[in-house]
Design a protein around this ligand. Structure first.
Ligand code: CP
Length: 347
């Protein structure tokens, strides 16, 4: 795969290739030198048109661990402010010898547009989507998958380990590119994925993910979603199980993993902004709420976290439950794997 723009058409083999390669790089990162010469002489350019802490820094570190040269673009201090277009910006970095571009933008579709332009120019530059608007954040979902799978089998993380597991994704799903990518990867694994959000932060998912709606297990028509106690059951592709809830409790019941999401206030229309206190009361992940889950439940959050809003502050820091630090650590190994594989590396 030349570009990584979405997980929609990722195959189980591709997921397992990423997991296996990331496991090798995780081992490299435990060594004293922590560096391999794999991408020596190659240039990885981070084109971040939107702010980032984790994704940008871990892509930079991943590229450096692979011995690539790195360039970092920041929109606010670039010639974008003088009217240069996004495509001309990308072509400028191409002219400097960029081999791979890691792109984040507040609008969905920008990484795809740059990838298309690179293909049109017939240059072998790989484009990696580091988060585009509300569309997708593939590397985040892959590091989430790696974090969960390495917990289940540290030596051989693989997609099949999630078969039959229950995973709740809670919070601002409507605006979340992380949720969108995770839905593709987690449902591909055979896990049951339960989405829970207030009605204003959930409904637009239907149009994009629903192919058929099962009549089993309490499924109802879209016009009949007044009874919040019954889940809507959705098969987004054959054999993929996605359940939608307007209340948190049925999603958490017997869950193996809970993924909580930030309220993305910067993407919300004013009338959608919930009261923070009410939101935490109804959808915040707390110790009390975790009692509904399996006893060994683990909590994930892609970050950045609004402490005390989507998750209680003490729970976020509790290593018995929280995988948040492991997610950040996984990010470096997974992003090394993605750059390595895009650069033509073999498993
Ligand atoms: N999870 C994530 O994308 O974090 P950043 O915005 O800090 O990169």
């Amino acid at each position: 795969r030349h570009h990584i723009l979405s997980l929609e058409d990722f195959t189980p083999e591709e997921y397992n290739t990423v997991l296996q390669t990331a496991a090798s790089f995780r081992e490299v990162l435990t060594r004293r030198t922590k560096k391999v010469p794999t991408l020596q002489g190659q240039v990885v350019t981070n084109l971040f048109f939107e702010s980032s802490t984790r994704t940008r820094s871990s892509f930079e570190l991943a590229a450096k661990r692979l011995s690539a040269d790195t360039l970092n673009f920041t929109a606010s201090t670039s010639s974008l402010t003088k009217g240069e277009t996004i495509l001309d910006t990308a072509k400028t970095y191409l002219a400097m010898g960029t081999d791979m571009m890691v792109i984040r933008h507040r609008e969905a579709g920008v990484p795809q547009a740059i990838a298309s332009e690179m293909d049109r120019l017939n240059v072998r530059v790989g484009v990696l989507n580091a988060g585009d608007g509300q569309h997708e954040h593939p590397s985040q979902a892959l590091l989430d998958l790696f974090t969960i799978c390495t917990l289940l089998d540290p030596d051989r993380p693989r997609l099949e380990l999630l078969q039959g597991k229950k995973i709740a994704i809670v919070g601002d799903i409507l605006h979340s590119r992380v949720a969108r990518s995770n839905i593709w990867s987690l449902t591909a694994s055979g896990a049951e994925v339960h989405l829970a959000a207030p009605p204003t932060l959930l409904p637009q998912m239907f149009g994009e993910f629903v192919d058929t709606r099962s009549e089993e297990r309490g499924a109802r028509s879209e016009g009949d979603r007044g009874n919040h106690n019954q889940p809507s059951t959705v098969n987004c592709q054959p054999n993929r199980k996605l359940f939608l809830h307007w209340q948190i409790e049925p999603a958490l019941q017997d869950a193996d993993f809970v993924m909580t999401l930030r309220l993305q206030r910067e993407r919300m229309a004013q009338h959608l902004l919930p009261s923070i206190r009410e939101y935490h009361q109804l959808f915040g992940i707390t110790r009390d709420r975790l009692q509904l889950c399996k006893p060994d439940v683990k909590v994930l959050h892609p970050g950045p976290v609004n402490r005390g809003v989507e998750i209680s502050s003490d729970l976020m820091d509790d290593p018995q439950f929280s995988l948040i630090s492991q997610q950040v650590t996984s990010g470096v190994a997974v992003r090394m794997a993605l750059l390595y594989l895009m650069g033509g590396g073999k498993v």
